[in-house]
Design a protein. Sequence first.
Length: 310
Amino acid sequence: MSKLLNQFRSFYVRNYPDDMETQIDYFAVFGGLGWDVDTTKPISYLIEELILQNFSTLNEKIEELTLNESNNKRLLRALAIGDRRIFSAFKRAGLNNGNGGAALNFLQEKGLISIEYSREEPAQSLNPKKKLKRSIARHRISHKVLFTQPFIRFWFYFIAPHTKDILEKNYENLFKDFALKQNSYTSLVYEELSELLLNYHIRDSQILSSGSYWDANIEIDILTITDDEKIYVGECKWTNHQVNKKELHKIQEKCEKLEITPTQIVLFSKRGFSKELTNLSGKDLALYSSSDFAALVKNISKEELLEEFI
């Protein structure tokens, strides 16, 4: 069982939110922290009550985890807000392959991050005597990084940039930032959980490869391949409106560019789907909304609570 799934279940058993949308929203902020969270209270209220009022304690723990080393913290910040690609995170953090690589290795060994390896194939010319175009030849395949605890990513996404204001008890800019970016921030956790839900539903198959897919031109949220040569392609939308048929067309176009024929296209939506799209669901198209994530927390108990952040 993955660490993220353990944390998701632990959060649910500890706090029993009213619905799965609330579970996902609050888990994206507090997941891995290991504290009781009253999910009947507004999330912004809880950020102030649990995080900002305990800033000194939490910051001390963060400094301990990162050895209070600037390169480590700069890289975590860059990974939290960027596209998760290692090379672009080095650039954003002002690091090179040497000191950036050292920071990356330390954070991985510390268990704060994990590497998601690219499945992109190196470009090759159709004519072995002909060189690749410069733009293609210069493209570097880059692996990506995932945070092992949602709370650590939340800290470096929203809290660390506002440290000076927080020390002065000025929270206005932080909450403006959070209100503007909350859905975008939560999308990555939702994407990771969506992959877990898809793999739960195809658990009778042997999964050969699963995760996001990216190359120089295409990004797909979930691409899962099983040993019986079935291909599942998924897209995730954590937005406040229903997903419509246009999203289906987009993912079909991506599959055509990749020259793959999916066994099933799988769409995940925070707020459900249009009637037109719902009518198309079946063997070739699976649709999952927030309530379906209840499958991930079935038949668990307090005994499954794990050691977490604090």
